[in-house]
Ligand binder design. Structure first.
Ligand code: AHR
Length: 491
């Protein structure tokens, strides 16, 4: 197949907020415990109980932001249970996720340590479902107030003199579901009350995120936008998971799927584009000045759990199919970066569409991780106009190629493209306007749809150099093999 691609570097659409490449870590299964956090006494190399190899991997993809402590868990989380002497911390039941005992050994201090080690922004999900206005207000005081106050004193007593900086604060998670089964009318009123008492202390400026819709619940967005104004919230969230079968009882398996399941999964993931467009249409009516942003703070694939694992732990393998899902979604988020300010893949380690899987001291980087590596040069860059022939996959409502192009402060042009066909290579010929370059470096991820990394074969799917790029009179030419995603940097 051949495709023509047009790029205009003079036609800048928006800035790609780095946080679009964000992540999510919940007290769920082995994401935090026996995942990111192994405790200081572990034989696995760690810093304050946090695995060093995981921190290094997160740093490599320039993880810009990490959401915590949930998810559904957030609306049952009482932050005061997770501070102070560890042996004295309250133990609770994690009712949402397997009914296991939560010993609260990973709490506020440990989360901020983790973000400091990674060098990323913390994004807290505050408890509106079963907490109180006072509890949330005090959490903000505990974290961000530098003067004399009960919460600042408590923080000092627990070993942290200086306040932390906190920008991103979600108030309620899935308040239409696990976060309280609320109506949008009721939630909006509650949100306005809660957010009033989340203060900006000592120059800290909170960026407040209200709970937005579940997938295509357009009425939720409409009501929220009617009632919540830019002086109440900086953004609303959107959650959408890709479930191959569309049936939550039998979602489909992470590996061993058919070609038809592969294409249907990608078709379903493309729906993200429609969702963002339609929710943005509603937001445009109530907020034409684009002051309230959209944050897709949960997205990714959701399959049946791996056989023999705790059904409440949501552990699944990750294949080249997931890599294609990630690549398509990141290109969609880039395309909508005028309204989409952040996105958080669910979840970082050992849960759903993970970046990393661990087993004891071993860890593997998933194909999805490699996509975040390939796409990292877009962070903070300016999205420029690009278009490509709309070749459709036979029998599916699915464009074969997905693409985005940006130019960053170092005057590098980054192209990311994926070819989701399982059988056809695509030869791409580009016309580039408004950008001079003399060198091209490129990397690629490719493999069979079902290819994945295991603890015995951790490098079955890995990035390799892509030497196919040639310069032409008007731009570049290259051929994308079937089931592949590539990054090309021109400078
Ligand atoms: O990511 C797993 C769960 O999915 C989250 O806890 C919840 O917000 C969503 O339903």
């Amino acid at each position: 197949m051949n495709a023509k691609m047009y790029i205009n570097a003079r036609d800048i659409k928006s800035r790609i907020n780095p946080e679009i490449y964000g992540h999510f870590s919940e007290h769920l299964g082995r994401c935090i415990y026996n995942g990111i956090y192994v405790g200081e006494d572990s034989t696995i190399p760690n810093t304050k109980g946090i695995r060093n190899d995981i921190v290094d991997a997160f740093k490599n993809i320039k993880m810009p932001v990490l959401r915590w402590p949930g998810g559904c868990f957030a609306d049952e989380y009482h932050w005061k249970d997770g501070i102070g002497e560890k042996s004295q911390r309250k133990k609770m039941i994690n009712t949402h996720w397997g009914g296991v005992t939560e010993d609260n050994s990973f709490g506020t201090h440990e989360f901020f340590d983790l973000c400091e080690l990674i060098g990323c922004e913390p994004y807290l999900a505050g408890n509106l479902g079963s907490g109180s206005v006072k509890e949330l207000s005090e959490w903000i005081e505990y974290i961000t107030f530098g003067g004399v106050s009960p919460m600042a004193e408590l923080r000092r007593k627990n070993g942290r003199e200086k306040p932390w900086k906190l920008k991103y604060l979600g108030i309620g998670n899935e308040s239409w579901g696990c976060g309280g089964n609320m109506t949008p009318e009721f939630y909006s009123e509650l949100y306005r009350q809660y957010q009033t008492y989340c203060r900006n202390y000592d120059g800290n400026q909170l960026y407040k995120v209200a709970c937005g819709p579940n997938a295509d619940d357009y009425n939720w967005t409409k009501v929220i936008m009617e009632k919540i104004k830019p002086w109440h919230a900086n953004a609303i969230s959107l959650h959408y998971y890709t479930v191959p079968s569309g049936n939550w009882e039998d979602k489909g398996n992470a590996t061993g799927f058919t070609d038809d399941e592969y294409y249907k999964t990608l078709e379903k993931t493309r729906y993200m584009d429609t969702l963002i467009k339609r929710h943005s249409d509603i937001m445009n009516v109530y907020d034409p000045e684009n002051k309230i942003k959209l944050i897709v703070d949960e997205w990714g694939t959701w399959y049946n759990v791996e056989e023999g694992t705790n059904p409440g732990f949501l552990f699944q393998q990750n294949t080249m199919r997931d890599a294609m899902v990630a690549s398509i979604n990141l290109n969609i988020f880039n395309a909508h970066s005028n309204r989409v300010a952040m996105a958080n893949l669910a979840q970082a380690v050992n849960v759903l569409q993970s970046l990393i899987l661990t087993e004891g001291e071993r860890m593997v980087l998933t194909p999805t991780y490699h996509i975040f590596d390939l796409y990292k040069n877009h962070q903070g860059a300016k999205l420029c106009y690009s278009s490509i022939d709309d070749i459709r996959q036979d029998g599916y409502d699915l464009p074969v190629i997905s693409q985005s192009v940006s130019v960053n402060d170092k005057n590098e042009m980054t192209l990311t493209l994926s070819n989701c066909s399982l059988t056809e290579s695509v030869s791409v010929d580009t016309d580039i306007c408004g950008f001079d370059f003399s060198s091209a470096k490129a990397r690629i991820l490719t493999g069979k749809a079902d290819a994945h990394n295991t603890f015995d074969k951790p490098d079955a799917v890995k990035i390799s150099d892509f030497s196919e790029v040639t310069k032409t009179d008007r731009g570049i030419r290259f051929t994308l093999p079937p089931c592949s995603a590539a990054e090309i940097i021109l400078s």
